[in-house]
Design a protein. Structure first.
Length: 130
């Protein structure tokens, strides 16, 4: 299932994370692992080339993160980090994230405000605003 070396290798290969952050990500991996395992079970089907189902899969995971934070099971930071772990572990969730990544920057202010908080945090990170 989730493998730390596979995760760090994929992140470092992407070239999107500075080397100084890789060690921190490696440390966070163990803390975020139980969150990621729980979230993996919460990923609904994405259908076949369905933009709506892919977005709904992303929303479902983000709502689950928000619920876990409310119940004090995790933090938003670990939840958003777990999204990165799921992207590498789950092909379906990777497609759901890619759809969100493509569409979300174009959402209007009302759509962004209605997103789960974890989705807003993920979007801010995506746009380098976090």
């Amino acid at each position: 299932m989730f493998n730390k070396q596979k995760f760090v290798g994929a992140v470092s290969k992407s070239g999107m994370v500075p080397a100084a952050h890789l060690a921190e990500m490696e440390r966070q991996f163990d803390d975020a692992l139980p969150v990621a395992v729980t979230l993996l079970r919460a990923v609904p089907g994405i259908g076949f080339l369905s933009r709506e189902k892919r977005l709904n899969a992303f929303w479902a995971v983000c709502r689950h993160i928000d619920l876990m934070v409310e119940k004090e099971i995790t933090s938003y930071e670990l939840g958003v980090f777990a999204i990165s772990m799921l992207r590498i572990e789950s092909g379906d969730f990777s497609k759901a994230c890619a759809m969100f990544d493509f569409l979300a920057p174009r959402f209007d202010i009302n759509a962004k405000a209605s997103m789960p908080r974890s989705a807003r945090m993920y979007l801010a990170m995506l746009l380098n605003e976090y």
